[in-house]
Design a protein around this ligand. Structure first.
Ligand code: BTX
Length: 324
């Protein structure tokens, strides 16, 4: 907390010195304490100039997703009020599950610079290289029946499509149920995992992976042609903390609306606006088999309606879909 307050004071005066005394007064701590925090910030990569009788001046900030960076300027009131950052982790979803099992509050965010075992659905891998993406998990505790859990993925997808469109100036689209694409390329995936008691949700962990500054050449060969990054779309790198803030700020009001209305119905139009699935010819791989046809609509429960090749309407509750 203290570090984010110091950073905030330095950032409010770009190019200028902030005196040690002003910091002591504002934060209610000693000069030695301020100096210690400045040292810590310098150790994590901030270039801060210290000049006797003038104070401190921020010269440059590294692209970090530490709690201090994310909190600085964050306007949410629920999401990200508690943030756990790790330089390296197996999967942020694992730590989030563990914290949720031990009572972590709703809105707790787990984020890492790098995942060694980032995962997608059905045991697939999610490539999560160091310092170039946002790999994070949010703990949610909606009081909803178990059957509603998949809708959280859809709500998250709306927020992500909005956030990534705002950040890049290019249109991001939702591929049902859990991918965000630019054109035909995937930039972001969502993995929602849950813990339930009887038929009520106990907690949900919403894992979000966003390729922010990943260089195209760095993607593994097998996903070179299907993956993209915000950097490639925008033609410029983006500060990762800003990406996190934008996502949390888009998601929080949608999540509140979802929980208050007890369902996906009122968000269906928002979803439709941001989707690139409806109207397309698709192949859907479901647990019951493969369905080929045209994606017609999404219903008020988030179920995908498909007209198959014999003209029959099918409901798809869960699947991997491909555009043909
Ligand atoms: P998915 O199963 O829909 O997609 C996984 C597939 O996407 C992979 O099989 C591969 O083809 C492709 N892929 C892998 N890595 C990338 C990448 N970086 N960019 C684009 N395509 C890729 C999607 O699952 C859900 C991903 C959620 C990831 C987050 S990160 C934070 C949290 N922790 C964790 O372990 N997972 C989630």
């Amino acid at each position: 907390m203290m570090q984010s307050s110091i950073l905030q004071m330095l950032r409010e005066r770009p190019g200028d010195f902030v005196s040690g005394e002003a910091m002591c007064n504002a934060l209610g701590v000693s000069r030695t304490a301020i100096w210690k925090h400045i040292k810590d910030l310098q150790d994590t990569g901030y270039q801060i100039e210290a000049v006797r009788n003038k104070g401190y001046r921020l010269l440059s900030a590294p692209d970090l997703v530490t709690a201090a960076e994310i909190r600085d300027g964050l306007t949410t009131t629920l999401f990200g009020q508690s943030i756990v950052f790790r330089p390296t982790i197996d999967s942020t979803n694992n730590l989030a599950q563990e914290l949720a099992n031990n009572g972590a509050l709703e809105g707790t965010l787990v984020i890492a610079d790098e995942q060694e075992q980032g995962r997608g659905r059905r045991g697939r891998n999610w490539y999560s290289p160091p310092r170039s993406g946002v790999w994070m998990s949010l703990i949610l505790r909606p009081q909803l029946p178990l059957a509603h859990a998949p809708q959280i993925t859809l709500v998250t997808a709306i927020a992500l499509a909005k956030a990534l469109t705002r950040l890049t100036g290019e249109r991001a689209g939702i591929k049902w149920p859990n991918d965000i694409l630019f054109g035909k390329k995937k930039c972001c995936g969502i993995l929602t995992e849950m813990s339930a008691e009887f038929d009520q949700i106990h907690h949900l962990v919403v894992g979000i992976g966003i390729n922010v500054n990943v260089a195209q050449a760095d993607f593994p060969k097998e996903i070179q042609d299907i993956a993209t990054s915000l950097r490639a779309v925008k033609g410029a790198t983006l500060p990762r903390a800003k990406v996190v803030q934008t996502v949390l700020e888009e998601l929080e009001p949608l999540y509140r609306q979802y929980v208050e209305n007890g369902g996906f119905g009122t968000l269906r139009e928002d979803w439709k606006q941001m989707n690139i699935t409806l109207g397309k010819e698709i192949v859907a791989h479901t647990a019951q088999g493969t369905i080929r046809g045209r994606a017609l609509d999404i219903d008020e429960f988030g179920v995908l309606l498909v007209e198959d090749q014999s003209g029959e309407q099918k409901k798809i509750y869960s699947a991997d879909i491909m555009f043909t």
